[in-house]
Design a protein around this ligand. Sequence first.
Ligand code: GLN
Length: 198
Amino acid sequence: MSTTIGVLAVQGDVREHLRVLGGLGVRATTVRRPSEVEACDGLVVPGGESTTMAKLARAFDLLEPLRQRVKEGLPVFGTCAGMIMLADRVEDGTADQETIGGLDITVRRNAFGRQVDSFEEDLSFEGLAEPVHAVFIRAPWVEAVGSEVEVLARVNSGPAAGRIVAVRQGPLMATSFHPEVGGDPRVHRRFVDLVEGS
Ligand code: GLN
């Protein structure tokens, strides 16, 4: 059976992820219903706005099924707002902000501050030979990681140098930046390999 990767499609840059996954030859579908959560072998949670995404996921009865599947070991890749959605702890979230959780990290929302809302940087990424061109848009950073979490990338330079911006914990992967933007499929390839168990 071929692998199906869902993209949580309640809000955010869904199309960009579908395009990258499609380009890798993977069956990629939108996920908006609990039955669609059940049908996928892996899931991408896109960039967007985590507070809105969480509210919509709650309204569409997706949060509990998603939490359940994460508990059962579903591979999930979150980018930017998607990283926040996977985090167990959120700093600078709204008071009632919910997440799917599962990733033992503390993320800080909009961590890079107003003056650097958006920026791009070439980052070395664990396991990839060439640096990744990373696009950050109102991005979070990872403030703290639990002992099971592997750090995949950090900011290279500037005031935020050393900040963690990509992590993995078992089948869960997350980046503060947007690998779905910019035409480099290697980070998604990493995730697809994780889903396919290679
Ligand atoms: N700042 C957004 C949030 O808090 C994330 C931004 C993004 O995904 N580009 O959800």
